[in-house]
Design a protein around this ligand. Structure first.
Ligand SMILES: NC(=O)c1ccc[n+]([C@@H]2O[C@H](COP(=O)([O-])OP(=O)(O)OC[C@H]3O[C@@H](n4cnc5c(N)ncnc54)[C@H](O)[C@@H]3O)[C@@H](O)[C@H]2O)c1
Length: 277
């Protein structure tokens, strides 16, 4: 695949996966439009990329707000007149026991991880269809969108929604005979800043620091487990290599960690076993 001169759009580009994606897209010769709520780190990565000669524009915005996502799309389209790869990637993780968690936790996760993806689709897909050329949207979900585990229920629920949303999107894009493809990135753990998502939580959705649950051993243990899992993950360059392999192989689901096969098989076997005769 020749990426030279193509346009990559990346949300969540200030840290972690999005930041490494931006770096690797620039190395491949792509032009970039990057967005994130973390204005300081976004400005830093923009500066770094420009110093290597890459063409980059950036927008500091909140994926929870459709108007802001739409302004990001309009700025990108006005500047480049094309979108080739759109990585709808920004996300957050919260941990907890479902019945002890706050409504703020659930709203935040749903608004970023689900509504954020929807806003990206609504802002970019009509233009991408109108280009009438091969292009792709890649929604970031997680392996947690294909299996379940007890540490971060909101994260798991939102990532299942991200997988389902993308499967339906791919189907609708195909049914309407567009040239836009859709993929959903479902990586296992990768060393990023995901366990520090709290840094990106808006003020209006902050938890009450005096709430008993957020001072409990259960919450502390789940928080620690999330940090250990993320920091025990694979390194970013390899995670992005595996993502590009999936894109180049035209995969709908892009997975990174073969060791999750038994868990995926076990989940689907349990569902298949529940089908009545
Ligand atoms: N790191 C992992 O182990 C892992 C595994 C599977 C999936 N993922 C997914 O990868 C994506 C990227 O996460 P990461 O691991 O790079 O974490 P990260 O925290 O390092 O990066 C996430 C980025 O999203 C941005 N963001 C958060 N809320 C936002 C908002 N409202 N508007 C705009 N930007 C916002 C953050 O500022 C940050 O730059 C997420 O969707 C995450 O769920 C990560």
């Amino acid at each position: 695949m020749d990426y030279t001169g193509k346009v990559a759009v990346i949300t969540g580009a200030a840290n972690g996966i999005g930041r490494e994606l931006a770096r690797q897209c620039a190395i491949k010769g792509m032009k970039l439009s990057i967005g994130d709520i973390d204005a300081a780190n976004l400005a830093e990565i923009e500066k770094d990329l420009k110093s290597t000669g890459a063409e980059v524009i950036s927008s500091s915005f909140d994926v929870r707000k459709f108007d802001e996502f739409d302004a990001f799309a309009k700025k990108t389209i006005e500047h480049y007149g094309a979108v080739d790869l759109f990585f709808n990637n920004a996300g957050v993780a919260v941990v907890g026991t479902i019945w002890s968690m706050s409504e703020e936790d659930w709203k935040w996760g749903l608004e970023v991880n689900v509504m954020g993806l929807f806003h990206g689709v609504k802002a970019f897909i009509p233009f991408m269809i109108s280009q009438d050329k091969d292009c792709r949207i890649i929604n970031t979900a997680s392996i947690g969108g294909l299996i379940t585990s007890p540490n971060s229920p909101n994260y798991i629920a939102t990532k299942h929604a991200a997988v389902a949303l993308t499967e339906v999107l791919a189907r609708q894009l195909q049914d309407q005979e567009t040239k836009v493809k859709a993929s959903v990135y479902c990586p296992g753990f990768i060393v990023t800043n995901l366990h520090n998502s709290e840094l990106h939580r808006p003020q209006e959705l902050k938890n009450d620091p005096n709430d008993a649950y957020y001072n409990s051993p259960d919450f502390a243990a789940k928080t620690q487990r999330m940090a250990e899992q993320v920091l025990g993950g694979i390194q970013l360059p390899e995670a992005i290599n595996r993502l590009f392999k999936g894109i180049e192989a035209d995969k709908l689901h892009i997975l990174t960690h073969p060791e999750y096969r038994p868990l995926i098989e076990a989940r689907f076997k349990s569902i298949l076993d529940a089908i009545p005769e």
